[in-house]
Design a protein around this ligand. Structure first.
Ligand SMILES: [Zn+2]
Length: 331
């Protein structure tokens, strides 16, 4: 059965059997001339003909699932799975056992081969996980910097807006009109109108990155990949474990994509024009001034005026733009 141990894949075509074994298609064989099984096959089409001699004539059944077997005189023939177990192996445990063992040895050989092929990429896989961990640390550093720059209440406001999908920042301005009609002379009419300051960009999962448990996931993955045995032959338990790890490869790709997406969002958030919008995010003057400081810190540029002055100028511009008598943040 030495050939079965080098099986690297399931045989699916009759031509492949022909290329592996010199099959004597005219030969008929019976239990008396049978010697041993060589390989099993699972053809896509039922294109193999059973050569078993049954009740004095050739079985001839066309089949897809069967065995290439060797006769005692060295001739090689094909037998369908049905005849192999129901006639050739009937009441003969040794024949049945040989057929079953061949199938099992082939399956293990095929799986081991597939895993060994993928193990060639083991080092690359470890590098990928380590790179993902590096990317995670890089994200965490940037998030920490943003978190430190803004007052806690403002950061919470950002988280809240991300959760609600609420990215539009709106203020309101007040227009006061004097009633000049004779009837209501002297009376004033005050109305509020909305002004959209802009849309915050770049809010995303990074605002709650810690809760995602990426670090634990990646380290657990790394430890399991490093624990994959590098020897050629794996035990059944090792095979199962290795296969399970490779199935998780999909999860690693998802994490890599997520990190890429969050990196892009942070980049968008840190755009100076976007950061300046945070000044309009809250109503408290003191917090707004702190946001101006955050913008200066995160963009590493000075805005040229004191934070309080900057806030006052923003408000002044808005009032002048509409000739407004008052402004307030929209609730
Ligand atoms: Zn048959």
């Amino acid at each position: 059965m030495s050939s079965s141990f080098t099986a690297t894949h399931e045989i699916k075509y009759l031509d492949e059997i022909k290329s592996l074994f010199a099959i004597d298609f005219d030969c008929l064989f019976s239990k008396e001339t049978y010697s041993r099984p060589l390989r099993s096959y699972h053809l896509i089409k039922s294109e193999a003909q059973c050569q078993f001699l049954k009740k004095g004539s050739r079985c001839g059944q066309e089949h897809s699932h069967g065995f290439a077997v060797e006769c005692i005189n060295g001739q090689r023939v094909l037998i369908g799975n049905c005849c192999a177990f129901n006639h050739l192996g009937l009441d003969d445990d040794q024949v049945k056992k040989a057929l079953l063992e061949l199938g099992s040895a082939e399956r293990i050989s095929i799986r081991t081969h597939q895993i060994n092929e993928r193990l060639k990429d083991r080092t690359e896989l470890i590098t990928r996980v380590k790179n993902a961990l590096k990317q995670l640390r890089h994200l965490e550093t940037q998030i920490f910097r943003i978190r430190e720059a803004f007052p806690e209440a403002v950061f919470e406001n950002l988280v809240e807006r991300w959760r609600r999908n609420s990215f539009q920042i709106t203020w309101e301005y007040q227009i006061t009109k004097k009633d000049e009609t004779a009837k209501g002379k002297g009376a004033v009419e005050r109305l509020w109108y909305p002004h959209i300051c802009g849309f915050l960009k770049g809010l995303g999962l990074w605002l709650d990155l810690d809760a995602q448990g990426y670090q634990e996931k990646l380290y657990s993955f790394l430890h399991r990949v490093e624990a994959i045995p590098t020897k050629k032959r794996l035990t059944k338990a090792e095979l199962l474990e290795t296969e399970a790890i490779f199935r998780e490869l999909g999860a690693l790709s998802v994490i890599e994509r997520e990190f890429g997406a969050q990196q892009k969002l942070i980049f968008d958030f840190l755009e100076p024009a976007n950061l300046v919008l945070t000044v309009q995010l809250v109503k408290t003057q003191a917090l707004r001034a702190k946001n101006v400081e955050a913008v200066q810190q995160l963009t590493s540029t000075l805005l040229g005026v004191r934070p309080e002055r900057f806030v006052a100028e923003v408000d002044q511009d808005l009032k002048q733009r509409y000739g407004a008598t008052g402004i307030r943040i929209a609730s």
